[in-house]
Design a protein. Structure first.
Lengths: 356, 356
């Protein structure tokens, strides 16, 4: 009898730890740069959490915390680095003050389309270069979606010549702001909540926000008649950041589950952003016939390109890592863009020819 | 003592079935329409299998069987329906002989770009319409990647007018073949292995294959000087098919894992196809300067569009389900295309203006 008991105990000792491991729950928090209501950008965090929960039978739970709660939309990198949050959903170019090379994992003026950037990330060495940049911050970076082409902004007056830019008061942040400043624009920063009133009252003459889906909700179409096509953010990637220690503490299965979910959600983000922008653009066209779609005139675009090259070459001269990544992306983009023109470009041209 | 033994047995009885479930292995087979070496199309099956294996710690194994082995590239729908294979990786328009409505989940002439089709699939009701079509075959359909814009084909002589198409002997299958036949082309079918020789010896005057990546390997650039841009397959979706009973027999966790992996692999497929086409196009341009890139002249394109509309309207008149899906896709495409032109189209135009 004693023998049997010992055998049973031995069996239990073998089985119980396996059980405990299988049932071990993981609870993570994910901070977003966006408020919970700022869709489509804010859709991806909750979708990721749902996928991971379903794939693990409720054993890996990610709680998404919006910017309205953690109050630090541009502090999420530090919070993931410090471990207060295991993850974040944000965009890489917000960290250009910490490391200018981070812009390449988001976008820059006259840079790549979403599809071209994905090609560089996954097949052109981009993800490997991102790893070098982001490991310094103690985090893993993963491509985390894409907002699609952002629009050039809302203008009260038409831009006909370069002179029309001189002294223009415009809200446009980031590298595009640096470029516009070189063309004589008086670049200002204004809190999102005050943008509508500032444009309406003439405190500013123009502003850049995102694209049709998010611009429509802000109401700019009611007060600015000129809507310019994009040049400065042709395909901004979003990103998921993960604390390295937290990631490495996961089982290989959970690591694979998280990475696969991130890739699936990233694809969904591009599709959702594209759809919402298309539907919103249709609404603007239909319901606000006073809005004129414009592309900047060629001399203005040429000047923007020249200023962009100067700004980027300036950073490259000072920073070997920036130079290295810039050259990788430029060389790869050249090949991708030639194919974009032959494929997507010709399909669009051809369809227009036959009246589609 | 007896009490303790009973308690131990009770504990074992509770624990052992849970263990057994956790360790239950799933072994599936996936048949591909492509031969194992036909990359990038053939990359997705093995990538899916790897993701699923990693996410389940080796408990869900999918064995990928290429067409060179199962010998039925266009029999995979039947094989999944019949349960010989739990899954397939293929393209929906191969089933147009069984149900013409299946073309909408792949592509048709002057149809949607990959990004536009993804929008319809996930946010425009496309996946729900696909479910109605494919449940008749006892399978689930999932968007499974995209080859990107396919090229219009290789021609020995330039097509300058509609008359140049009359009597031309060309290998071009599917709806594009129907359209070309209406324009007087002598449409023939030739096995892939004989295409090069047929074109070289003048048995045919022209052929359509896929795009730069797969065309380059066939060697057509050595024997036909005119390479035409695409019009007939602007963004063909690939698909994963899953036997319904097999899917429903999986645990909810494994179902979620399989679906998430499919979505991630589909995104990867588009990116890999885009990259490989871009790199191959660069190679063709550089190493075969005798190849002339051409777009069909406007009157030819107009005639193609008219013939396409006639073919599709013909099917719609006979088949209410086809008509219903066609109308859904056309209405959605109109909005998506307007945005493609404003966003991607203007970025490409603008970049060309500034010499990028």
């Amino acid at each position: 009898m004693r023998k049997q008991i010992i055998l049973l105990f031995a069996a239990l000792l073998l089985i119980l730890p396996m059980q405990a491991q299988a049932a071990k729950k993981v609870h993570w928090k994910l901070a977003t740069t966006w408020s919970t209501t700022l869709k489509p950008l804010a859709s991806s965090g909750p979708k990721l959490a749902k996928m991971v929960e379903e794939m693990t039978g409720g054993n890996f739970i990610i709680r998404v915390v919006g910017a309205e709660k953690h109050k630090a939309p541009l502090g999420v990198l530090d919070m993931v680095k410090g471990g207060q949050y295991e993850m974040a959903h944000t965009a890489s170019y917000y960290w250009k003050g910490k490391d200018i090379s981070t812009i390449f994992f988001a976008t820059f003026p006259f840079g790549m389309l979403a599809e071209e950037l994905a090609a560089w990330n996954w097949y052109g060495g981009g993800n490997e270069l991102a790893e070098e940049v982001f490991k310094k911050f103690g985090v893993y970076h993963f491509p985390g979606g894409n907002s699609g082409v952002q629009m050039g902004g809302w203008f009260k007056k038409e831009i006909k010549t370069l002179d029309d830019l001189k002294g223009l008061k415009m809200r446009i942040p980031g590298l595009a702001g640096e470029v516009f400043a070189r063309l004589g624009v008086n670049v200002t920063n204004i809190a999102p909540g005050e943008l509508y009133t500032s444009l309406d009252r003439g405190t500013i003459d123009a502003l850049e926000w995102v694209g049709p889906a998010m611009d429509l909700k802000m109401g700019f179409q009611k007060i600015a008649p000129y809507y310019y096509t994009g040049w400065h953010e042709p395909g901004p990637d979003l990103e998921f950041l993960v604390n390295r220690k937290a990631m490495n503490s996961l089982s290989p299965e959970y690591q694979a589950i998280l990475k696969t979910a991130i890739r699936a959600v990233a694809a969904d983000s591009l599709t959702e952003n594209f759809t919402e922008n298309a539907l919103a653009w249709d609404k603007i066209k239909t319901e606000y016939p006073g809005v004129h779609l414009k592309t900047f005139p060629e001399p203005v675009l040429q000047a923007m390109k020249k200023a962009t090259d100067e700004v980027l070459d300036g950073y490259a001269a000072k920073d070997p890592e920036f130079k290295n990544i810039y050259e990788s992306q430029k060389a790869f983009m050249k090949k991708m863009r030639a194919w974009s023109n032959v494929s997507t470009g010709e399909v669009l041209n051809t369809a227009e020819l036959v009246g589609e």
